[in-house]
Design a protein around this ligand. Structure first.
Ligand SMILES: [Zn+2]
Length: 531
């Protein structure tokens, strides 16, 4: 039987950005959009052009993604024409492949919140869809509060959905905006909608207020919907949105769905899901949820004892799916087999060929375990892992030695009588037989250290000219007797390549120094510089 296509729509950058404490910069949005694109997500909703400068900037140029890059916005305001609405104009001008409009579909909201007539709201939907179609965009309509609206006035809720569909919207998306709808209710209501609008034009957008957003989404698919909207890690306001990180493996690995549907995420892309989930947490400076289904560190962890030995004999005995399918790993406390294959997979990924029985693989695994226990996070710091592996395998030239550094923070009153803080760093290094010294001022101690370190690297300077730091994140680990600081630094070079390095120390300057050094040396290794 031919499988049907099911589409995934990610709104991490729009609805997910409503999460308390989440504030994406333009750079963050581009990195996350690239990650979603790489995962094979069909639609990535970038934001709301015209609503804030970062989102307007995001849609000011073509971004060249494979995904259908989507702009979000409101339908035209009541009482205005489509051509005389600046908000609508900003969305229509956005460099986007698709436009997702949001419109009210609950009669109560139309009257009370929008203060307009039911007919004017329908006209606004029709006009907005028509205007976007005329601009050559694919169009989606998010029907806000659809389920509550349907319960209050089914004819009107359906009329809103139908108006968009009849006008040529590719998708009509049923939103459970309050997040209170239960799976069996969603299944019934979506089934009613699909009698009027073909299911391959119907989407579901669920919120997690009863912790059933994933279940509601799957129920909607059973009832005929063929697009699922959600976010990475279930990000979203209040209790979050439907979690695509749980939905994707369910669709790919559970026979009920896998036998009926194809999604845009390939088996290979599925293997990068755990990594994507953890990367997002790192960007948000949050500890990943160890107990997250499929991708959490504990999702396939089993205590030592009879379970572990049974798992070694046959993993299927205790696991509902294979952990490596989503890029996670089995964690057994009695054996390092799982860790070994994980390290081998990482080495292969970064292009280091080594025999799987080579004794150095075990040594590398021991070093990784030791350092992860100290707080290093290699999953988030690909470049530091690369260097560590090359060092254990004896392949990193000793380019230079930092013999001493000195960082000074001074607060004083300047000539204008203002209190200012100035940081200065001095770095002494030895390149071959040559001793060098550089000093720099910065807007903070780490910035000063970075500038001094990169000021003069002698014969290596030409390799690092295009290097710049694009992100710097600090986390304080284990609040036990002694807190340690983990620093993650993201760097970029002239070719637009990105890499992340890590440093750990009780001292934040020292942790930063380690991460800065790794970044420089990684760049030299990558550039093929010789000692
Ligand atoms: Zn929402």
């Amino acid at each position: 039987m031919a499988r049907e296509r099911l589409y995934l729509f990610d709104t991490t950058l729009r609805d997910g950005a409503q999460t308390n404490g989440v504030d994406f910069t333009l750079h963050d949005k581009l990195v996350i959009a690239g990650m979603l694109d790489g995962l094979g997500i069909d639609y990535v909703e970038g934001g709301y052009p015209g609503a804030n400068p970062a989102d307007t900037e995001l849609f000011s140029q073509e971004r060249g993604f494979d995904t259908t890059f989507t702009a979000f916005g409101m339908t035209r305001r009541p009482g205005r024409s489509a051509s005389n609405d600046p908000g609508l104009a900003a969305i229509l001008e956005a460099k986007a492949d698709a436009i997702c409009f949001v419109a009210k579909s609950w009669d109560y909201h139309v009257r009370v919140a929008l203060e307009t007539t039911l007919e004017e709201n329908l006209a606004s939907i029709r006009d907005s869809v028509r205007a976007a179609k005329a601009k050559g965009r694919e169009v989606l309509l998010d029907c806000e509060h659809f389920f509550d609206g349907y319960k209050a006035n089914p004819e009107y809720a359906l009329a809103c959905a139908k108006a968009a569909y009849d006008e040529g919207a590719r998708w009509v998306v049923l939103c459970d905006t309050n997040g209170g709808t239960l799976p069996h209710e969603a299944e019934k209501i979506v089934g009613e909608v699909c009698k009027l609008i073909p299911g391959d034009h119907v989407g579901i957008h669920a919120h997690n207020d009863t912790e059933q957003a994933v279940a509601v989404s799957l129920a909607a698919v059973r009832a005929g919907a063929r697009q699922i909207q959600g976010t990475l890690n279930g990000l979203g306001e209040r209790c979050g949105n439907a979690n695509l990180v749980s939905i994707i493996p369910t669709l790919k690995l559970k026979p009920e769905f896998a036998s009926r549907f194809d999604i845009g995420v390939s088996d290979v892309q599925l293997k990068s899901l755990a990594h994507a989930s953890h990367m997002l947490d790192e960007m948000l400076n949050r500890a990943p949820n160890r107990h997250a289904p499929y991708v959490g560190e504990s999702a396939f962890a089993t205590k030592a004892g009879i379970h572990a030995s049974a798992i070694l004999k046959d993993p299927a005995t205790y696991e509902h799916v294979k952990p490596d399918a989503i890029g996670n790993r089995r964690k057994l406390l009695v054996s390092d087999q799982a860790g070994r294959s994980n390290v081998l997979a990482e080495l292969e990924r970064i292009g280091i060929a080594i025999d799987k029985d080579d004794a150095r693989v075990s040594r590398l695994l021991d070093v990784v375990k030791e350092r992860e226990a100290l707080g290093y996070a290699y999953e988030a710091a690909d470049a530091s892992f690369d260097l560590l592996a090359r060092r254990v395998l004896g392949k990193v030239p000793n380019y230079f030695d930092v013999t001493q550094f000195d960082v000074n923070v001074e607060q004083r009153i300047n000539a204008k009588g203002e209190r200012v803080t100035v940081s200065m760093a001095v770095v002494k290094l030895k390149i071959g037989a040559e001793n060098m010294i550089s000093a720099a001022e910065g807007n903070g101690p780490v910035n000063a250290l970075d500038l001094a370190l990169r000021k003069d690297l002698g014969k290596y300077q030409k390799y690092i000219e295009g290097l710049k730091l694009t992100d710097y994140r600090v986390r304080i680990l284990n609040a036990g007797t002694q807190a340690v600081t983990r620093v993650l630094i993201e760097s970029e070079d002239e070719n637009g390549e990105h890499w992340t390095t890590v440093g750990v120390s009780p001292n934040i300057i020292d942790a930063s120094f380690q991460a800065l050094m790794d970044s420089l040396i990684y760049k030299l290794v990558k550039a093929g510089a010789s000692a």
